[in-house]
Design a protein around this ligand. Structure first.
Ligand code: NAP
Length: 220
């Protein structure tokens, strides 16, 4: 059975990814910052709880993956500070975003040998906010731009060891992160996006490298 690891699995998109990969019959290593919920899914799963800023959380995730093997890592967890002027933003909000990127680097490096063994796939969840600067979102945009360049940069070395790195740049989606937006009925449906991500993990090309996949809203 193929194994997927999903970070930030309690958030809106994390839950959708959990459902999509469970439906595709993956075993799941699920990460959450807070306590593990019980899930109504048929797949085998285990939970690792902890903040990705902390190396012990990364170590626990690697241990779980070493026990089961690992085919897909989905780096989904991210902190989005409230929209507004950066100079008024609490320092914790800024550093939660920046350290979130550090956690993604750490975890990817830690499980890389397992992905090399399985010829697996890393999915980094990015944002349109990395491509288009938005008023009041300088910190979030910067953090996501770092995720994007990291993903594109490591694709070359990944190719040499037959690992795929998929950067998925998402538009606004109907999760907690987009709470309060007036256009909820026009947002990307998280379950649909999760199914798209899951199916992309199955695709393997011989001569094509996809620097990024952009999933934008259809409805405006
Ligand atoms: N929703 C959108 O419109 C949108 C658009 C583009 C991209 N994205 C991206 O989609 C991904 C999922 O976001 P979402 O929409 O599902 O938002 P969400 O509901 O806020 O979920 C974010 C998840 O990340 C976790 N997290 C944040 N910082 C963490 C840390 N330091 N250590 C461990 N876990 C941490 C949160 O944990 P807790 O549950 O403990 O808080 C939560 O589970 C993110 O990468 C986001 O940037 C979202």
């Amino acid at each position: 059975m193929a194994v997927v690891m999903i970070t930030g699995s309690r958030g809106g998109f994390g839950r959708a990814l959990t459902r999509a990969f469970a439906d595709a019959k993956y075993d799941l290593i699920l990460h959450s910052r807070t306590k593990a919920p019980s899930l109504a899914i048929k797949s085998k799963y285990k939970f690792v709880v902890g903040n990705l800023h902390e190396s012990r959380t990364v170590g626990k995730l690697n241990k779980a993956a070493t026990e089961w093997g690992l085919d897909v890592l989905v780096n989904n967890a991210a902190h989005r500070p409230p929209t507004g002027p950066f100079w008024g933003m609490p320092r914790d909000e800024v550093w939660d975003s920046v350290h979130g990127v550090g956690g993604l680097f750490d975890l990817t490096a830690e499980v890389w040998p397992l992905l090399k063994t399985s010829r697996g796939c890393v999915v980094n969840i990015g944002s349109i906010g990395a491509k288009i600067a938005t008023d009041g979102e300088g910190v979030y945009g910067a953090a996501k731009a770092a995720v994007a360049q990291f993903s594109k940069g490591i694709q070359f070395e990944a190719t040499r060891c037959d690992v795929r790195v998929l950067l998925v740049q998402l538009g606004a989606m109907n999760t907690g992160m987009a709470e309060g937006r007036p256009d909820q009925d026009k947002l990307i449906n998280a379950d649909e996006a999760a199914r798209a991500v899951c199916s992309m993990c199955e695709i393997r090309f011989d001569t094509i490298r996809m620097p990024e996949v952009v999933l934008e809203r259809k409805n405006y």
